[in-house]
Design a protein around this ligand. Structure first.
Ligand code: SF4
Ligand code: SF3
Length: 519
């Protein structure tokens, strides 16, 4: 196998014998094959064979191969066979044959023929498309879609099948992924806020409440809404985990009294946290890790997430989760309440814009830092905690995605009544951050790059890639990315990114902070 699509890839170069994430070589080959089938469907679509089924297949197929989503080879094989019917691909009759077909279209074969730079750029585009597919799927589930987005998936995937790609063409395509992803994040924003209302600043209890419990993780708001409806009046408390935390700010979700709080931290701590959680657990999207035996019977997956041997719910009926929660002991005691704040989406921040602008003009608020992105397990990520802690008191921190857990339980205080730490939401709420930055630039009559704003991003999986491409498409410069740079970005490609966007790897919190503040 060869996979280098995420930040924790082995030796910062590629997983070759087994995925650090837990992906085995068989699943890796099948994921490569599934991606290739998506490309073949796209080629056919470009030749006039586009269909609704092809649109949806490509979106879900790509999302299936995002890091930490689907680890079940049997399920992926089934998806490949379904996809083969939408193009001219002949799938092998058995699993061994499918794995061989996957190995033949893997990254290594292309690295040999096209070289590392071209292959790396192709993968940059592919990973951006994978992240975008995840967001498009969330929006689609809530009834929002855009034909031009589906058309672009085909256009981009079909170009990745070309035999003689050029660096320039691939680079423009990568920027186009960023552009289309902005549309997709906008669609998802409309879907989430249109269905559940605009998030409002809301305190969230991070301590336990006595009673039976279900923990829900991932990004899919509809799954949470369904779970809340189905558990109402059943004496079960619902806790959010990981990227579900921002859901507490949505009026149509926070109205449920049994949505009692947030439990645990980011995805990479789940094995210890889920073991200790005295109830049932529902994984709605990435990031699942290999479940421990002692909670395997009380963890469930839904949507595109799957783990072999873990019960999957695909009809929106969460009765098995509810039964498992009722069988589990629940929390024996209520702990003293401890709150953190969420709900600072673009609507909430815009509503206090005059106060923010006055604070900047008076010099009370000197600089904004956007510190966020995907969290991960590798050492070096305490950089983000150190950075947030070192931000001077006259500066505000905007945060989003699961990287916030590095510092969101620390005390940051306020500036003129505005909290210094503003939790904008999930990773896809980068859309909100962009709207806020554009509005601020408008208010100060300058460009986003001229604002007293620095972006310090952490990356882990492919959704961070599509967001990064969106920021680059918008021409945003001086972004700092860490804790390490993607293995698929080769030195010549990095040089181009540095030249055009002054993108820089994170160094030390102290040095980077000083540089951002011009000290
Ligand atoms: Fe390795 Fe990441 Fe690929 Fe998993 S997804 S196999 S950890 S590079
Ligand atoms: Fe985190 Fe997976 Fe990406 Fe949505 S939950 S940000 S890593």
């Amino acid at each position: 196998m060869f996979c280098y699509q995420c930040e924790q890839t082995a030796q910062c170069s590629g997983c070759t014998s087994f995925g650090v994430c837990g992906k085995d070589p068989e699943t890796a080959a099948l994921q490569d094959l599934l991606v290739d089938v998506c490309k073949q469907i796209a080629v056919k679509a470009q030749a006039g064979g586009r269909s609704r089924e092809a649109d949806l297949f490509v979106m879900e197929g790509l999302f299936t191969t995002v890091t930490n989503v689907n680890f079940d080879p049997d399920d992926i094989a089934m998806v490949i066979r379904r996809g083969a019917k939408l193009c001219d691909f002949e799938p092998a009759a058995d699993m061994d044959g499918l794995v061989k077909q996957g190995e033949a279209v893997g990254i290594e074969s292309r690295k040999n023929t096209l070289g590392d730079d071209i292959t790396g750029l192709q993968e940059l585009i592919l990973y951006g498309l994978k992240g975008m597919a995840a967001y498009a799927d969330h929006a689609y589930i809530l009834g929002k879609e855009d034909d031009s987005v589906f058309a672009f998936f085909h256009e981009a995937l079909a170009s990745l099948k070309q035999d003689t790609p050029t660096v320039d063409a691939l680079f423009s395509l990568a920027m186009k992924v960023g552009e289309v992803n902005l549309t997709v994040m906008g669609l998802l924003d409309e879907a989430n806020t249109g269905t559940y209302g605009h998030p409002v600043p809301t305190p969230v209890n991070i301590n336990a409440v006595k009673g039976k419990a279900i923990l829900i993780s991932g990004h899919d708001l509809k799954d949470l809404a369904l779970l809340l409806e189905q558990t109402e009046g059943k004496g079960i408390n619902i806790y959010t985990h990981g990227e579900m935390l921002p859901c507490h700010g949505y009026p149509e979700l926070k109205k449920y009294k049994h949505l009692v709080g947030n439990y645990g931290g980011a995805w990479q701590d789940q094995r210890a946290e889920f073991e200790a959680f005295p109830g049932a657990i529902l994984m709605t999207t990435n990031c699942i890790q290999k479940p421990k035996e002692n909670y395997k019977a009380r963890i469930f997956t839904c949507g595109l997430v799957q783990w072999p041997g873990v019960q999957h719910i695909d009809n929106g009926d969460f009765s098995p989760v509810i039964e498992a929660a009722l069988e589990a002991p629940g929390f024996p005691e209520t702990e003293p309440e401890k709150n953190i704040m969420v709900g600072f989406g673009h609507n909430a921040v815009m509503s206090v814009a005059p106060t923010v602008i006055d604070a900047v003009k008076s010099g009370a608020l000197k600089h904004f830092f956007l510190i966020g992105g995907c969290d991960g397990a590798k050492s070096g990520r305490n950089y983000y905690t150190d950075f947030a802690e070192a931000v001077p008191d006259d500066c505000a921190i905007l945060t989003l995605a699961c990287g916030k857990y590095r510092f969101n339980k620390l005390e940051f205080g306020e500036i003129g009544g505005i909290p210094r730490l503003l939790d904008i939401g999930q990773c896809n709420d980068a859309f909100s951050a962009i709207q806020i930055a554009i509005a601020l630039a408008g208010a100060f009559d300058c460009g986003v790059n001229d604002l007293p704003l620095s972006m310090i991003l952490s990356w882990y999986e492919q959704k961070a890639i599509c967001i990064l491409l969106t920021l680059l498409h918008l021409g945003i410069k001086d972004i700092k990315v860490g804790p390490s740079l993607p293995a698929f970005i080769t030195p010549p490609v990095l040089n181009v990114l540095v030249e055009k966007f002054n993108i820089a790897p994170t160094t030390t919190a102290e040095a980077d902070l000083a540089q951002c503040l011009g000290n």
